[in-house]
Design a protein around this ligand. Structure first.
Ligand code: C5P
Length: 278
């Protein structure tokens, strides 16, 4: 059985405080996009992972961590398309796909709550990918509320090409850069008031990690300039970066911006498509 593990962008990301366990409280609106890894599960053999990027096929890969949390075995084959440590949630999406595949292939009959519990053990962003589409994400990342899918929209992705550690960016973040969560909650009110809601009329995008990520990886500043010079108007860092995304008016503009800036066009993926297994 095969799953497409879609990437995400954060339309908003507000960090509201630091928790006693060292993690940060956040409020974010996440959206799946059509850049995707492919994960296959063959129900045979011991637990193992083959990956077309062999350096990622290590025992700490989140796919294997997810299988170990459920106490399951099998042969996973992973085809990577989403750049690693890029702010696009690739590893987390792979892990969520692994949980869903194990549940389906072995007919484990896990409840949504059991899957979410396993996801939260694997990593903060994994729970979101069990829901996909457009969703409000809170707490450490484990509290996910599905929102109605946003109207189809194209973006252009620009990855400066260096990996950036999420832990390092959170470590660099200063309390003065925290937000209130108000922008994200404004989005939720907006999304609930119009169907289907279009980002074009929505409140501004925000990411409280932008300045910290740029201090650690000045290549983000240069990439932003490239996107702006190509004609992108609304540009935001995704997650802890370093990938930037720019909103496009339509597919044509996304392709033009991608060609000019050296990026990749991508479209929003609705929940129904994000959760399909084949
Ligand atoms: O949960 P995950 O392993 O994906 O998180 C990676 C790192 O990002 C954590 O070790 C932590 O430093 C930071 N983080 C955080 N607050 C969050 C999520 C992640 O501080 N809500």
């Amino acid at each position: 059985m095969l799953a497409r593990a879609f990437a995400k962008v954060n339309l908003t990301l507000e960090i509201t405080g630091r928790r006693p366990d060292g993690y940060h409280e956040l409020v974010s609106i996440m959206q799946t996009i059509d850049l995707a890894d492919e994960l296959e599960l063959l129900p045979e053999g011991q637990l193992s992972l083959e990956c077309d990027r062999s350096e990622l096929a290590t025992s700490d890969n989140l796919v294997l961590r997810a299988a170990r949390v459920l106490g399951q075995t099998g042969t996973f084959r992973l085809r990577k398309r989403i750049p690693a440590a890029a702010g696009l949630g690739g590893g987390s999406s792979d892990a969520a796909a692994a949980l869903r595949l194990l549940d389906a292939v072995y007919r484990l009959g896990l409840s949504a709550q059991q899957l979410a519990g396993a996801a939260a053990e694997v990593g903060s962003d994994v729970t979101f990918f069990l829901t996909g589409g457009t969703a409000l994400v809170e707490g450490r990342g484990e509290r996910v509320t599905a929102l109605l899918d946003l109207k189809a929209r194209w973006v252009v992705l620009l990855n400066p090409g260096l990996p950036l550690s999420t832990a390092a960016v959170f470590g660099e973040l200063a309390p003065a850069e925290y937000g209130t969560g108000g922008v994200s909650r404004g989005y939720v009110s907006y999304l609930e008031s119009v169907t289907p809601a279009d980002l074009a009329a929505a409140p501004p995008l925000i990411n409280n990690l932008e300045a910290a990520a740029e201090r650690l990886a000045p290549a983000i500043v240069a990439a932003r300039r490239r996107l702006r010079e190509a004609g992108a108007e609304h540009i935001l860092l995704s997650g802890s970066g370093p990938t930037l995304f720019g909103l496009a008016k339509d597919e044509d503009q996304a392709r033009t911006l991608a060609r000019k800036a050296g990026g990749l066009p991508a479209r929003f993926v609705r929940r129904e498509e994000a959760l399909r297994l084949g």
